[in-house]
Write a protein that binds this ligand. Sequence first.
Ligand SMILES: Cc1cc2nc3c(=O)[nH]c(=O)nc-3n(C[C@H](O)[C@H](O)[C@H](O)COP(=O)(O)OP(=O)(O)OC[C@H]3O[C@@H](n4cnc5c(N)ncnc54)[C@H](O)[C@@H]3O)c2cc1C
Length: 298
Amino acid sequence: MDLEQNVPLAPFTTIRVGGTSRALCTARSFRDVTQGLAWAASQDLPVAVIGNGSNLLIGDEGFRGLAIRLTGRLSSIVMRESGVWCGAGASLPRAVQRVAKHGLSGLEFGASIPGTVGGAVAMNAGAYASELKDVLEWAVICTPTGRRRVGPEELALGYRYSRLAPNEVVGAAAFRLTPGDPEQIQERLTEFRGHRRATQPQGVRTFGSVFANPPGGSSGRLLDAAGCKGLTIGGARFSPVHANFIEASPGCSSADVLALMREGRRRVHAAGGPILDAEVRYLDFEVGITRPPLGELS
Ligand SMILES: Cc1cc2nc3c(=O)[nH]c(=O)nc-3n(C[C@H](O)[C@H](O)[C@H](O)COP(=O)(O)OP(=O)(O)OC[C@H]3O[C@@H](n4cnc5c(N)ncnc54)[C@H](O)[C@@H]3O)c2cc1C
């Protein structure tokens, strides 16, 4: 197990803001993950898994616990007869491309979701009316005392939700896919990627959807209608391209992002809309991964 002290976490996220972790474990095997979790438990430290940090905001204060990242064998992709096995640190878009080449269909929705396979399981990532839950066969869950294989029911996957304890780490996942025409699969990937380029900000520091969609609605449309497109606080602004994305400019802090989220949520509510729930996860100094501290709206 590779353990470092006082490691800046911003570079491990796509929005690239936030502070330093007291410790970082770079795990290359299930055993490394288990050892890292056991070490954190022995020191009474909280743990936080960081995938590709593509839906994660690190607090400016950093983290007093152990951050865990998965690499090496835990980022490999292995074809199986009826699908694919992925280490949880593998890139989801890379897995999508790999299975497409083998003429396997079912994962296309993940072509432009820039996370890891573990992050996609933890978040039940989805797009284009499909979600990870539709294709997950089983996942390996690492704990401080060992590991076990679980089916999708045990994870209770819901809208951007999975039931994982704070000290449970997805170590790998297997997907059941269906044979399809490689050309048609590739066409779908091209179509999905083109749609993203046309509707979402490109080449900017962002963490994807800020707020979850309320039932039957669209957070992007609500934020847009409340005049949030382009709204800026400090180094953070709601994207002029898609209001449910926040873009960070140089010097942006996590506090800027949180202040902008609070203001966006306040404006939507003041305009008669629902109180939006954050989709992005937050790494809090004391407790680890939680919801962003947005406070109450009355
Ligand atoms: C441009 C852009 C577009 C996006 N589009 C979409 C989209 O269409 N659909 C969608 O669903 N999401 C989208 N996202 C958000 C994001 O990519 C997904 O939520 C993704 O699944 C997060 O994976 P990650 O590895 O980056 O996880 P992180 O952001 O690192 O972490 C997210 C959460 O998952 C947990 N986690 C990560 N890895 C593990 C693990 N191995 N075990 C246990 N918990 C873990 C973290 O602790 C955290 O709670 C987008 C993001 C961006 C930047």
